[in-house]
Design a protein around this ligand. Structure first.
Ligand code: SF4
Length: 104
């Protein structure tokens, strides 16, 4: 008999397999720092609207953000994580950069 590492075991050895704890990555993050994402209104819309091509319209995405309950959490997250692309919290990359500069 062999163990998981290819080492020989005595013939009377019983098999014992230890499994590392598994984290359910699909579980809802109900109270965690990202729990606001469960209420993100953009999750129910076309994600491409939030990441338009250069020069593309951001109007539809910003309109969705105006009705979103987690707009401030979303913007805080984007600013804290220096999100470079897309619409977050109703602001474009350029608008977030401008906001950051003003805050300094
Ligand atoms: S504010 Fe806009 S980008 Fe942020 S979660 Fe809400 S809808 Fe999505």
């Amino acid at each position: 008999m062999w163990n998981l590492y290819g080492e020989s075991l005595p013939s009377d050895a019983t098999t014992r397999v230890e499994i590392a704890p598994v984290v359910d990555i699909f579980a809802a993050d109900e109270d965690g720092p990202l729990s606001w994402q469960d209420r993100a209104l953009c999750a129910q819309t076309d994600p491409e609207a939030f990441f338009p091509e250069k020069g593309g319209s951001t109007r539809e995405a910003k309109k969705v953000c105006q009705s979103c309950d987690v707009k401030s959490e979303c913007l805080d997250y984007a600013l804290a994580h220096d999100e470079r692309f897309g619409i977050w919290g109703g602001l474009s990359e350029r608008e977030r950069r401008k906001l950051k500069r003003r805050a300094v």
